[in-house]
Design a protein. Sequence first.
Length: 239
Amino acid sequence: MAKISIVIPVYNQNESLALVLRSIKQQTFKDIEVIVVDDGSVNPVSGELLRKTLGDFPHILVNQENAGASAARNKGFSLVRGEMVIFWDADLVAQPSFLEKMFQVLQDNPGLSFVYCNYNLANGRLMRGRLFSQLSLQVGNYIPTTSLIRCQDFPGFDESLKRFQDWDLWLTMAEQGKQGCWLDENLLQEQKSDQKISYWLPRFAYHFPCRYLPGVCHRVRAYEEARAIVRRKHGLFVS
């Protein structure tokens, strides 16, 4: 049984997936398995790509009808055989020591359920985490989806949510008494991809007067409505 199961949901990201798989092959931590879930891509991921890139690493390829990232992640989790799982976004490459360092944190701290690190966006912006706190998590998310989780503590993604699925996951785990840990190192890098459609706007776009501009206002409204859904689900009423 592998120590770490890597679940990669993919939707029309074949080019960036190849970079991710090479990044995984270069990891210093080798006790892994890889599960790729193709969520209805126009050009489906080929098994040959996985065999050619991963070599002897145990791997599984699943093709399913398009159902969204959360459904793809949950499907992948249903097949894991590892002690720990990481939901690896198909546009992130990692430092070779990424898995080894993350694994060591959980290995040394049996009371922790998950560990997360900093990462860089494709535009160069550093997304820095912070010390884990349920109170600060209630204000907003600072934990990336690509974090290492003990399988026994993973509650599953809420497939009814269209946004903020990661925030919802960490809130759910915190409410269950699960503790996380911030590894203050920059170990992940987002890749530029023409295939990726970003639903996020620059921070200034959510404020007056930008939020009322044509082409922006409906996206701001969708963001705020999705955020409100998660807040209601978890009983968060502070601004």
